[in-house]
Ligand binder design. Structure first.
Ligand code: NAP
Length: 224
């Protein structure tokens, strides 16, 4: 039996990842700040999802304490999904909101990997849910904190790919598509179900030979 851990699992893409991973028979550890009825329902499914509340990826102490108490076996799949977006514009900028996005989207995944790295080994996979908005080929402007934080987490993923290759751990940076979730007031044309089906296909295809790649949920390679 394989074990997967998903952050930001109480709603949106994270919740759907937990659902589909459970349906594939994986033991899933679903972390969140606070749970939801939809996530709680999966605790009684087969196999039961293990819900861990109080895990704030923006907090050093929260993540470190979670790492110490987890006591799980090897983690075969670690999905760093938790994220926030603010529609920053330069003419009315809140630096605090930019900082928040960097804390959650860029430092959050690094914190979680640092806390759990000893549970990753030969054959494990790390997936960073990033965005195509990270691309330096940015012709649209705006979204300062979101673009900067996702570009930073892509760089984090590149370093992880090199550092963990000798341990047999593969890393991917995956864009889920423009998905209808709370993040965009459900405006995205792609459903969470379709996005996650595609993400899981990309995760299945990920290997140490393809480690460090930046792709979308349909497998297209994205420009850095
Ligand atoms: N939707 C899209 O079109 C789209 C496109 C590209 C990339 N993405 C990425 O996909 C990922 C999931 O987004 P989504 O669309 O599912 O958005 P969402 O519905 O807004 O869900 C965001 C998730 O992140 C969690 N989160 C936020 N801050 C957190 C923190 N400090 N600690 C722990 N969890 C935290 C939220 O938990 P709370 O309920 O506690 O806030 C929630 O579970 C994000 O990384 C996002 O950037 C989404």
């Amino acid at each position: 039996m394989s074990t997967a851990l998903v952050t930001g699992a109480n709603r949106g893409i994270g919740l759907e990842l937990v659902r589909q991973l459970q349906a594939k028979g994986l033991d899933v550890i679903a972390t969140c700040r606070s749970s939801s009825d939809s996530l709680d329902e999966l605790e009684t499914g087969t196999p039961p999802v293990r819900v861990e509340t109080g895990v704030d990826v923006a907090s050093n102490t929260s993540v470190a304490e979670f790492g110490k108490k987890l006591g799980a076996p090897k983690i075969d799949l670690l999905v760093l999904n938790a994220g926030v977006m603010n529609l920053d514009v330069i003419f009315d900028l809140s630096i605090e909101k930019v900082q928040k996005q960097i804390e959650v989207n860029a430092l959050g995944p690094l914190r979680v990997v640092a806390a759990l790295v000893d549970k990753l080994g030969e054959g494990s996979k790390i997936v960073i849910i990033t965005s195509q908005l990270a691309s330096i080929e940015n012709n649209n402007g705006g979204l300062y904190g979101y673009r900067m934080s996702k570009a930073a987490v892509n760089q984090c993923g590149r370093s992880l790919a090199r550092d963990l290759e000798p341990r047999g751990v593969a890393v991917a940076m995956l864009h889920p598509g423009f998905v209808a979730t709370d993040m965009n007031a459900h405006q995205g044309p792609v459903s969470a179900e379709t996005s996650v089906r595609g993400l899981l296909e990309q995760i299945a295809a990920l290997s140490i030979e393809t480690t460090g790649q930046y792709r979308d949920f349909e497998g297209a390679e994205l420009p850095w």
